[in-house]
Design a binder for this molecule. Structure first.
Ligand code: IPE
Ligand code: IPE
Ligand code: MG
Length: 239
């Protein structure tokens, strides 16, 4: 265990399933969309805390391919929220050295929002302080299908396809696999998040709803991670 902000070992890449916005709002007698707003407002402080702890890449699960099945008003509210967030926060994120990436299917996203996303990626592509990878219209299965389609399109032969080559065809191509996956909101499932990349990630679940997940909670998750014994299938070497 480590106190303060320095850990013996910090995950390079952390994935967060930002769950519990709806229940957070419900508990306050508010509509679900206000929960999503509360959730969006929580991204910035957690991103800054991540930089402070030495995390280099953060993937946040913002909208899944399955979330289209929610009531239309909630879906369009979530689309508007992303658009508004890019409009309001992009310049500041860029000024703070945040490299924005997107993992997900562009098809299906409204064209204006697609353009906003492309502009955000282009503007911030050389920033180095931290990578903020936004999983939006993301599904792990869709990602694998899209990779297979592209591999076929590119004419690769069966022997050309290795795990490394395949990984490069995923939306996360070039990004190291997540070391730690955090899920807020109390559920113990992946919900189609990074199913390929998280093969050897450590998992951490907290009942705290996403809008309430703060620096102290992140510290607890990192502390837990520090004490995990990652064996990757091997036998632990005596120390
Ligand atoms: C997570 O919060 C955000 C999205 C899935 C977009 P939820 O909206 O799933 O909140 P709960 O799980 O219903 O409380
Ligand atoms: C996972 O949360 C997706 C996001 C956080 C964007 P869900 O609320 O959609 O997952 P389930 O339905 O509980 O599995
Ligand atoms: Mg949920």
């Amino acid at each position: 265990m480590t106190s303060g902000t320095s850990f013996r070992r910090v995950p390079y890449h952390v994935g967060i399933v930002m769950d519990g916005n709806g229940r957070w709002a419900q508990a306050r007698g508010m509509p679900r969309l206000l929960g999503h707003r509360g959730g969006v407002n929580n991204i910035r402080p957690v991103l800054e805390a991540s930089v402070g702890f030495g995390i280099k890449a953060l993937t946040i699960y913002a909208f899944s391919t399955e979330n289209w099945a929610r009531p239309p008003a909630e879906v369009s509210g979530l689309m508007k929220l992303l658009s508004e967030t890019i409009r309001r926060q992009l310049a500041d994120l860029h000024a703070n050295g945040v490299q924005i990436r997107h993992s997900g299917r562009m098809a299906g996203i409204e064209p204006g929002l697609q353009q906003q996303i492309r502009d955000a990626l282009e503007l911030t592509k050389n920033n180095q302080r931290i990578i903020l990878n936004v999983a939006f219209n993301y599904g792990g299965r869709a990602e694998i299908v899209d990779a297979v389609r592209q591999i076929i399109q590119d004419g690769l032969k069966p022997d050309d396809v290795s795990e490394d080559v395949f990984a490069r065809y995923l939306y996360t191509g070039g990004l190291p696999d997540p070391d730690l996956i955090i899920r807020t909101g109390g559920e113990y499932r992946l919900s189609n998040f990074l199913i390929w990349q998280a093969a050897y990630a450590e998992y951490y679940a907290t009942p705290t709803f996403w809008p309430d997940f703060d620096k102290e909670e992140l510290r607890r998750a990192l502390q837990d991670f520090e004490d995990r014994d990652r064996r990757f299938g091997k036998v632990k070497t005596p120390s």
